[in-house]
Design a protein around this ligand. Structure first.
Ligand SMILES: [Zn+2]
Length: 318
């Protein structure tokens, strides 16, 4: 059932509506538990669109296994998704910096408040992001240290390759996930793939994880696949960053999700005008390359990649 959870009138004609698809078990099978699948806060991140569709499709294929409620929100920033714009069009505003919002605030604050209100009481929420147009990411979950104890067990069931626990000092209190976690709804932030694209393989991987979480939550009684064992990083020095030493055009040589050795070349930066020798970007440490620059134009200091140092080699990476 499609329902509108928040709506505001635009100045002349249009209405801005945030809608969800609710899939609910028959009353006699309903455990009363609910999971929210959320995406589209950033309108240029499209990986979650496929995840929403595929989750719903699999449920509708076997609705007799459904024993709770699955709420799917494909576009929290609908104008952003429709125009493939990262922020809220016309406001030049990052929607993931306006939570928890206010019911008596301006239209965007009002929408943020209504969104949180609609999800209150859910047992679990997944907030699916897709990096940005510059970087490709392996499927991962990012957790604020503040909520680690609650979220880590769920994250391990999510079938992602990597769980990154951030220090409390980097917490952004105005994000959707932080607001919902603060209200007692465990909310996992997923990052995977790249902006403006859909990586079906990653989507299928995450959907498998969503079904395993649904099973754990008493929302799904059907068979689920075994989930993969993620690498978990809980120390700041586990992750090393590669930044561009010069401006130019980046040609990558290693793809993400590959193991690299210290000193190995990940890519080169060339200058097509000066024809100076290519600047090689080398791995500062051995480990798993979990982020790689996708967008070729780089400025000095641009992020080129990230490596989990000392990452244990697990089967999914071989
Ligand atoms: Zn995002």
């Amino acid at each position: 059932m499609i329902e509108t959870i928040a709506q505001v009138q635009m100045p002349v004609d249009e209405k801005l509506s945030i809608r969800r698809q609710r899939l609910r078990a028959d009353a006699k099978k309903d455990s009363g538990n609910r999971i929210c699948i959320v995406t589209g806060i950033h309108g240029d991140e499209l990986e979650g669109q496929y995840v929403c569709y595929e989750t719903g499709r699999r449920i509708l294929e076997n609705p007799h296994y459904l024993t709770g409620t699955v709420d799917i929100y494909p576009a929290l920033n609908p104008f952003g998704i429709d125009s493939v714009t990262r922020g809220i069009p016309a406001f030049d505003l990052d929607m993931n910096r306006i939570f928890p919002g206010r019911k008596d605030g301006d239209m965007n604050e009002y929408l943020a408040a209504e969104i949180l209100h609609d999800m209150e009481g859910a047992g679990l929420c997944l907030d699916i992001h897709a990096s940005n147009i510059y970087l490709t990411e392996i499927p991962q979950i990012r957790i604020n240290e503040l909520f680690k104890e609650t979220l880590l067990p769920y994250a391990k069931l999510s079938n992602v390759d990597f769980i990154w626990v951030h220090g409390a000092s980097t917490v952004l209190e105005s994000t959707f996930a932080h607001s919902l976690n603060s209200r007692g709804v465990p909310t996992l932030v997923v990052e995977m793939g790249v902006g403006m694209r859909i990586t079906k393989e990653y989507g299928d991987q995450l959907v498998d994880g969503i079904f395993s979480l649904m099973k754990e939550q008493g929302i799904w009684s059907g068979p689920v696949d075994r989930v993969r064992t993620p690498v978990v990083s809980e120390r700041a020095d586990d992750v090393c960053f590669l930044n561009a030493p010069v401006s130019g055009v980046f040609l990558k040589q290693k793809s993400h999700n590959s193991m690299v050795k210290k000193g190995e070349c990940i890519g080169v930066i060339i200058n097509p005008l000066t024809l100076e020798p290519a600047c090689e970007i080398r791995a500062p440490e051995s480990g798993l390359l979990f982020t790689i620059r996708e967008y070729p134009i780089v400025d000095e200091g641009s992020l080129m990649g990230r490596i989990i140092c000392n990452a244990p080699v697990v089967s999914s990476f071989l």
